[in-house]
Design a protein around this ligand. Structure first.
Ligand SMILES: [Zn+2]
Length: 215
C-alpha cells in the first residue's frame, strides 16, 4: 500500500493558504494526501469556508481542555500556535474554537473530522523558531521533569480520562488521535487503548507528518 502523505497545519493566514493552494495544485493523487490541523485554533475555523471544498480528508485535532468558552469573543489576530498555547496555559482561551465551531467542522460529507489531541496538551517542551527545545514557563508543566514515574503516569492517565469524559468524545464518534508536539509516548498510547479506545479503532498521528511551513 502506498504511503499516505499527511500535512500538518497550525495557524492559518492568507500566506499559508496560498502556500497550501500552490501545493495542492501540483499533487497528482488526491486520495493519498490528508490535511491535519492541530490545536483547534480559531484561525482554522475562519478558513473552513475555503477548506471545506478541498476534496481531501481533513482532520482537526482538538485538545479537550483548550476550548474557548461559548460567550467569549474570539481573538481575531492570528498568532502562532505556541503563543496561543502560552495564552491558554495562562487561562486565556480566546485564540481557540468553541464547541459550536468544533462541531461544525465534524462533517463526513465534507470529508472533515474531529480528532483528539490530549486534554491538557501536556508537555513541558515546545520548540522555538530556531528548532531548539524550550520550557514553557507555566503552571504544572514546568515541573513535569521533576515528576516521579508514578506522578507522570497519573498525569497521563488523568489526561486520557479527561478526554474520555469530554463533551466532544460523548457527542461525536472519534477515530483519530494526534500526539501533542508529535512526541509519541508509548505509555500514553497504552492508556488510550485501556480507557478511551478499547476496541483499538483509533488512527494515531505524530511525527510522520510534514509541516506546511516546510513544504
Ligand atoms: Zn498541538
Amino acid at each position: 500500500m502506498e504511503k499516505i502523505k499527511k500535512i500538518m497545519i497550525h495557524s492559518l493566514d492568507n500566506k499559508n493558504i496560498n502556500k497550501l493552494n500552490n501545493y495542492l495544485a501540483n499533487i497528482n493523487d488526491k486520495n493519498k494526501t490528508e490535511l491535519t490541523f492541530d490545536d483547534g485554533l480559531y484561525s482554522q475555523y475562519k478558513y473552513f469556508n475555503y477548506l471545506k471544498d478541498v476534496n481531501l480528508k481533513k482532520i482537526y485535532f482538538i485538545s479537550t481542555g483548550i476550548i474557548r468558552p461559548l460567550l467569549n469573543i474570539p481573538n481575531n489576530k492570528i498568532l502562532s500556535s505556541e503563543i496561543c498555547h502560552s495564552n491558554a496555559f495562562a487561562n486565556d482561551f480566546n485564540d481557540f474554537m468553541n464547541y459550536d465551531e468544533i462541531f461544525n467542522l465534524n462533517n463526513p460529507y465534507l470529508n472533515s473530522f474531529i480528532g483528539l489531541h490530549g486534554h491538557y496538551h501536556i508537555l513541558f517542551l515546545g520548540k522555538t523558531k530556531s528548532g531548539k527545545r524550550t520550557k514553557y514557563k507555566v503552571s504544572i508543566f514546568n515541573k513535569i521533569k521533576e515528576l516521579s514515574y508514578l506522578e507522570f503516569f497519573q498525569l497521563y492517565r488523568d489526561d486520557v480520562i479527561q478526554m474520555k469524559n469530554s463533551y466532544i468524545n460523548k457527542k461525536i464518534q472519534i477515530r483519530h488521535f494526534c500526539y501533542p508536539y508529535n512526541i509519541e509516548i508509548p505509555l500514553y498510547r497504552d492508556l488510550i487503548y485501556k480507557y478511551l479506545d478499547t476496541d483499538k479503532k483509533f488512527i494515531f498521528y505524530g511525527n510522520e507528518r510534514e509541516d506546511l511551513e516546510h513544504l
